[in-house]
Design a protein around this ligand. Structure first.
Ligand code: CA
Ligand code: CA
Length: 198
């Protein structure tokens, strides 16, 4: 009862411009987007619990501050869908390949799909200065619905220590999740990732 009476006093106080509030704030873009039927590749576990570790760090494919955005403030494109792999300063050639519901693949050899899903960078060949990341994101608010396949491939170890350690993160709507990958050459261990339905 006491809390209620305090609230009434505040709202009736002179100078409080209640009339300025004309509508409720809009929901964050992508609030309704949820990854359903998430399946990881064998031997890879998914981390869905975000633990804040401090300010956002760049080029680590981690939502360090747990605000639902991966590597924000780093000049990295983001949107209601974002997939990012980071493998530090390894010389290895690692590729991120995202197949969207219509079957179009976004990857180093075809960096943009008709939907607007796009790959930002091909590392290490684009000159990544020891901060290898590849980032695929969707800029609008209505990505194609259906099944997505997100794969990380070790294309060529190029003399790197094995396994190549990489982190794959995803943002779907307002949630992020991630997985630690250990990539070694070979048909199954050289390709890891997940599928989900939007
Ligand atoms: Ca963040
Ligand atoms: Ca980060």
């Amino acid at each position: 009862m006491r809390l209620v009476s305090v609230a009434l006093v505040v709202s009736a106080a002179p100078g409080v411009a209640c009339s300025r509030v004309t509508s409720l704030p809009a929901a964050r873009p992508g609030a309704a987007l949820v990854a359903k039927g998430l399946v990881m590749s064998d031997g890879t576990s998914l981390n869905v619990a975000c633990t804040p570790t401090g300010p956002e760090q760049c080029f680590n494919a981690r939502d360090d501050n747990c605000n639902g955005v991966i590597d924000e403030g780093c000049g990295t494109g983001t949107g209601v869908l974002q997939f990012m792999v980071a493998w530090a300063d390894s010389p290895a050639d690692v590729d991120l390949v995202v197949t969207e519901p219509g079957g179009a693949k976004v990857q180093a050899s075809s960096r943009e799909a008709a939907s607007g899903l796009q790959l930002e960078k091909n590392c290490p060949d684009d000159g990544c200065h020891g901060q290898n990341v590849e980032n695929v994101f969707f800029e609008g608010n209505e990505p194609p619905r259906g099944k997505y396949v997100v794969e990380v491939k070790l294309v060529d170890a190029r003399g790197a220590d094995l396994p190549v350690l990489a982190r794959l993160s995803a943002r779907v709507g307002n949630r992020t999740f991630s997985a630690e990958l250990r990539l070694v050459p070979g048909s199954s261990s050289g390709k890891q990732g997940f599928t989900f339905t939007l």
